[in-house]
Design a protein. Structure first.
Length: 766
């Protein structure tokens, strides 16, 4: 049997560097180990789990047996071991499926041939512990399964990462948000025609689309119809007519007696011509300008110069000029919109087109002005042909207007279908980012598909072997009897038969390839219905009863085996305490070696009373914590004499708290374990002093009526409540001075409020 754990390396946090102390006695046949919650009991059982079923491990150890033989991770441990801990509960009572593993009870003479076959098949599954090259089919399958899981995780991580990227890219679009998650990315990956990577420019354009708000539509540039002589004339027709008429009037000449000065000065000619009309209208006999009489000769000369043909030609020119003025005004009123009114991705191009339009417009207006100047000159030179060197070109401006309007229409279309544009932008962005992982995802999926075939084949091999084992065991055991034993024990344990097991029977192949029925597991029932929900107490009770019955399944040689039981009453009520103890005591009878670990003082007292008359065959140990710097460590020490002798945990903890009060030396190592002990003492004192069902806070409030300092009571409550729980943060240096202060106040409070009670406790623990 195991006598010492010489060393442990990297077994959790607390057994990172453990060595067996020379002053600690060796393990005995029955070993009772006491330790507070979190001290390292369950961590220690991981060592026994490994010895029970070797698997991959990340810690090192050295054990020593009664013969002085030492065992390391590479050595095969010779004794069978069974361990009851929370891992056992998890593996054997699966609440969601309401099932537990099969227990077989071997009855009568076992068929040696079948047993040999079972052992051979089990080696095929679990491997040969003496041959590192034969890990067994189960571990091989686990290796391939883990490889597949890594590839699945690779895809999961890729989709998770890209989902975060997409979520951030499309956030606030109104189409998608940061709630975009991996399942959404996987769904979209299947729906897009991938790959579809966008250029940097296109991606930026889609991103800007999502950030935009809907804008108002803008008007299309149009040159209105020009009303001439009560008819609406399109500008293109007006320009064409003006061009043609201008060419005609410039080429037209009028025969007249020309006055040289008027011929040479068109402005004077225009002024004189207008003066003649004014004199005629007012019947003036003298010059309205100088007051002198105009001679008949001068009047005759002017009449010949300004003939009727001349007047008609000038009237045509004036009419043409008027049309040009209408056209000029209409063109001048055509103004493009401010680019700021357009969507961001259209503004740059719109500004370019507006500039081209403005240049074409100014060019046309300049041409019209030059055209008009030529006509004005013609009015003073009606007697000669004038060259018209200006061609009114409307095409450049109309082309520029069309270009501006094309962008304006795109803006208006986007406004009309704004949501559709955003949705398309989101689809494009999703497709872009999903395309970046396309090759890797497809490659891993192909590899997973290949692995699936291999896994299916290996799983089928394992399934066939397990069915063969189950079929063989069915011939040498009685699962029904095991089920009856469990149900009987569970009824005794719980005090009722509400929870019970029913065999789960399935057809399996026998050794000849035929079909037979075998129990492959048990259904956990509540009355006549599957027990879908189990309380923690029920779950632990079922697991412990199962474990106890399992010890007698004929597969575990108790006289050569080691049994390890970790806190079988962690979730039980006080009524189950004695049943748990009774089951444990009877279950381990006849075992080669037993380890029982507990944090429950009442359960420990039952164990101590049981072993009172077997002291020479019983080891008493405690797991204690200490600190190396800020790192918590654990060691295995001999159990305190007080633990074995005190009648209550309250009495023992009161003594420890007195010792801790003296031990405070200003270091975190001495202060750190105090809150847990102080809380238990505080809670027990409250239960004694305020015996009602209120919570600790309400009880503390009632103590304030007994005259003790209210601030000190609040400090005691806060210290014992806050500091005895995990905070998730680092060590708080303020704990050191606070510990000394609160310890003094806690003893002061107990002595002042309950002096007799305090005096008895103090004397009993001196």
């Amino acid at each position: 049997m195991i006598t010492k754990i010489n060393k442990l390396k990297n077994l959790g946090l607390v057994f990172a560097d453990f060595t067996w102390s020379s002053d600690v006695p060796a393990f005995k046949s029955v070993n009772l180990i006491y330790g507070w919650n979190g001290s390292g009991k369950t961590t220690l059982t991981r060592l026994f789990d490994y010895l029970s079923t070797p698997a991959e491990m990340d810690f090192d150890f050295e054990l020593e047996d009664s013969d002085g033989t030492r065992f390391h991770p590479t050595d095969k441990f010779p004794r069978p071991i069974r361990v009851f801990n929370q891992e056992y509960v998890r593996k054997n009572v699966r609440v969601l499926e309401s099932t537990a593993n099969t227990i077989s009870i071997t009855l009568g003479e076992q068929n040696k041939e079948l047993v040999a076959q079972i052992e051979k098949d089990e080696r095929a599954l679990s491997g040969d512990p003496t041959n590192p090259d034969d890990p067994g089919k189960v571990r091989e399958l686990q290796g391939y399964t883990q490889k597949r899981q890594r590839k699945e995780k690779g895809n999961d991580d890729a989709f998770s990462d890209i989902a975060r990227t997409i979520g951030a890219a499309v956030a606030g679009s109104g189409v998608a948000s940061r709630n975009y998650r991996r399942p959404d990315a996987e769904r979209d990956f299947e729906s897009f025609a991938l790959p579809a990577v966008l250029s940097e420019k296109d991606l930026d354009a889609r991103t800007r689309t999502l950030k935009q708000d809907v804008l108002q539509p803008i008007n299309i540039l149009e040159i209105p119809l020009i009303t001439i002589d009560e008819r609406d004339v399109p500008l293109v027709d007006l320009i064409s007519e003006c061009q043609n008429e201008g060419e005609r009037v410039c080429a037209t000449t009028v025969e007249a007696e020309l006055v040289e000065r008027l011929q040479q000065n068109s402005d004077i000619a225009e002024w004189v011509e207008k003066g003649r009309r004014i004199h005629a209208e007012h019947k003036s006999t003298t010059c309205e300008y100088c007051g002198n009489t105009i001679t008949e000769e001068r009047l005759s000369q002017l009449a010949h110069h300004f003939s009727e043909a001349d007047q008609k030609l000038k009237a045509r020119i004036e009419a043409l000029l008027e049309n040009l003025r209408h056209g000029y005004a209409a063109i001048d009123k055509v103004v493009a919109h401010d680019p700021a009114r357009l969507y961001g991705e259209l503004r740059a191009e719109f500004e370019t087109k507006v500039k081209e339009f403005s240049e074409a417009k100014e060019q046309l207006l300049s041409e019209i002005s030059e055209f008009a100047k030529t006509l004005q000159n013609k009015k003073g030179r009606t007697g000669e042909a004038v060259s018209l060197n200006v061609v009114l070109n409307l095409s450049a401006m109309t082309h520029a207007i069309d270009s501006v309007n094309e962008i304006a229409k795109a803006h208006n279309t986007k406004t009309q279908d704004f949501q559709k544009h955003k949705e398309q932008a989101v689809r494009d962005i999703k497709a872009h980012y999903l395309s970046t992982i396309y090759d890797d995802v497809k490659r891993r999926r192909a590899e997973i598909k290949e692995l699936d075939g291999d896994l299916e084949r290996r799983a089928k091999e394992i399934s066939d072997i397990r069915e063969r084992i189950a079929s063989a065991r069915a011939k040498v055991s009685s699962e029904h009897k095991a089920c009856d034993q469990i149900n009987g024990a569970l009824c005794t344990f719980l005090g009722h038969a509400e929870l019970h097991f029913e065999p789960d029977i399935e057809p399996v192949e026998d050794d000849k390839g035929g079909k037979t029925e075998a129990v492959v597991g048990y259904r956990i029932m509540r009355s006549n219905q599957p027990a879908v929900y189990l309380s923690e107490g029920e779950k632990t009770a079922i697991a412990f009863v199962y474990f106890v019955v399992h010890l007698a399944d004929g597969q575990f040689p108790k006289d050569a085996g080691i049994v390890v039981i970790d806190d079988p009453i962690s979730s039980f009520d006080s009524n189950s305490l004695y049943q748990s103890f009774s089951f444990l005591k009877n279950a381990v009878a006849g075992c080669c070696q037993v380890f029982v670990l507990t944090h429950n003082f009442d359960f420990l007292k039952l164990l101590l009373n049981w072993r009172r008359y077997f002291r020479g065959d019983t080891g008493y140990f405690a797991i204690r914590n200490y600190f190396v710097g800020d790192a918590r460590r654990a060691n295995i020490a001999e159990m305190d004499k007080e633990l074995r002798e005190y009648d209550s945990e309250y009495q023992y903890l009161f003594k420890r708290l007195k010792e801790m009060r003296v031990e405070q030396d200003g270091t975190l190592m001495r202060a750190y374990p105090v809150p847990n002990v102080a809380r238990k003492v505080w809670d027990t004192f409250l239960m004694f002093r305020v015996p009602n069902s209120d919570n600790p806070y309400r009880k503390m409030e009632l103590l304030k009526d007994e005259g003790f300092d209210k601030q000190k009571l609040d400090a005691i409550y806060k210290f014992t409540n806050d500091q005895s729980h995990m905070t998730g943060g680092g060590f708080d240096p303020a704990l050191v001075p606070e510990t000394k202060k609160v310890l003094d106040e806690l003893f002061e409070m107990m002595e002042q409020i309950a002096p007799d009670h305090f005096a008895v406790l103090d004397k009993a623990t001196s």
